[in-house]
Design a protein around this ligand. Structure first.
Ligand code: NAP
Ligand code: FE
Length: 367
């Protein structure tokens, strides 16, 4: 199907939350602010509270979201939303607070038993949301997905509903200025993976490819610069913008085998989400090159390189020393990943043997 849907208004620029805060006014009278701990230090929470007050709106802060949000966290936020009488939701943070906020906004209008949360088929209604990303990033501010830890399936699972597109995304690169080096690199690799996977997805459409290629064109030199040192303020702004474009890409195409495989590294070994994708992406690109996938050339051209090997070398530099995970564990992940719904979304659908080879080679085993 070739249909493009992107209902999120995107406002970019340093200072945009205070300057354009009036845009929050139509969303409701009392916001549940879903966030972690860093938003009170990077200026984002202060700016939001200023904007709400200027509009005569109330705000209640739920700041207990931790990385890889759980159903329990969503439940806690939802019960605060109800007891405080909130009628809209604002997320501030990386993908974790943004995804938790999406589920809170969705369940506020259509609650379900915990066992039914991952089974899909939601009605297209949620409380209105605004998102303020402080990592660059997941692009969650422009996607209809919320990814939660799924204890029963021992992985992370994406829940999708068009109702989870935020109404507004405010992109202020200043909030990412103090982002530590490891998080900066890991989140940038996540954005890069989204753009590349968008092109490698069976569900890509011409418009998502346009967004993906523009994102890669911007991200490749930014990643190269990141491999040498911390980004300038201007580079921070560009990273946030390119990550948003990659988010718009996967909002149409979805992610592929890489994300599906990476979730096991995160669930069982606590590997950061973006790093997990970065660890696996190089071997997937090599595989696509061996299979002569034309989309691989498109990725290389957008990055301004001639071979996947150059992208692999850059990723290796960003990743540094890799985690030590035993062969047995990686073989086990390959078997589990084979059943992941993302595998079938890949243009080149990796076999069990392909998955084994990607996992093993990504962690330095020869096979
Ligand atoms: P994150 O888990 O949201 O945040 C990682 C760490 O960075 C946290 O400790 C966070 O602290 C800190 N942090 C955030 N902003 C900061 C800032 N400006 N300065 C200093 N520290 C800061 O990481 P993420 O990589 O952005 O998000 C990953 C999650 O997003 C995963 O669960 C992944 O599955 C999901 N994801 C979702 C989508 C989607 O479309 N929905 C796409 C890709 C990934 P505090 O939280 O305490 O502030
Ligand atoms: Fe991701």
């Amino acid at each position: 199907m070739n249909a493009f849907y992107m209902p999120t208004r995107v406002i970019c620029g340093r200072g945009c939350v205070r300057e354009q805060g009036a845009l929050l006014d139509p969303l409701g009278r009392h916001a549940l602010i879903v966030t972690g701990k860093s938003s009170s230090k990077n200026g984002a929470l202060d700016d939001l509270l200023f904007a709400l007050e200027a509009n005569g709106q109330d705000g209640t802060v739920y700041d207990r979201v931790t990385p890889n949000p759980t159903v329990g966290c969503v439940r806690e936020g939802l019960s605060l939303l109800r007891s405080a009488g909130c009628d809209f939701v604002v997320a501030i943070g990386g993908g974790s607070p943004m995804d938790a906020a999406k589920m809170i906004a969705l369940l506020a209008l259509q609650d379900r038993e915990d066992e039914e949360l991952f089974s899909g088929g939601y009605e297209p209604k949620a409380l209105p949301m605004a998102h303020i990303p402080t990592t660059a990033g997941t692009g969650s501010e422009v996607t209809p997905y919320a990814i939660l830890t799924n204890e029963e399936q021992t992985t992370k699972t994406s829940i999708s509903s068009p109702a989870m597109f935020p109404r507004i995304a405010f992109l202020d690169g200043g909030y990412t200025d103090q982002l530590p080096e490891a998080i900066t690199k890991n989140t940038a690799m996540d954005a890069f993976s989204h753009a590349a996977e968008g092109i490698l997805s069976r569900n890509s459409i011409p418009l998502s490819d346009v967004l993906a290629k523009e994102s890669l064109r911007l991200l490749y030199p930014l990643l190269t610069s990141l491999s040498k040192g911390m980004p300038t303020a201007r580079e921070r702004d560009e990273l946030l913008y390119a990550s948003m474009l990659a988010g718009m890409t996967i909002a149409q195409s979805g992610t592929t085998a890489i994300h599906g495989m990476g979730y096991y590294l995160t669930y069982f070994y606590g590997v950061d989400h973006g790093r997990a994708n970065g660890l696996l992406l190089g071997e997937m690109l090599r595989l696509c090159e061996r299979k002569n996938l034309p989309q691989l050339d498109e990725i290389c051209t957008a990055c301004g390189v001639s071979r996947a090997e150059e992208i692999c070398a850059l990723l290796s530099e960003l990743l540094g020393e890799r985690e030590k995970i035993s062969e047995e564990e990686l073989e086990r992940f390959a078997v589990m990943a084979q059943k992941n719904k993302n595998i079938k979304k890949s243009r080149y659908e990796p076999s069990l043997e392909d998955l084994r080879v990607i996992y093993l080679r990504s962690f330095g085993y020869s096979c």
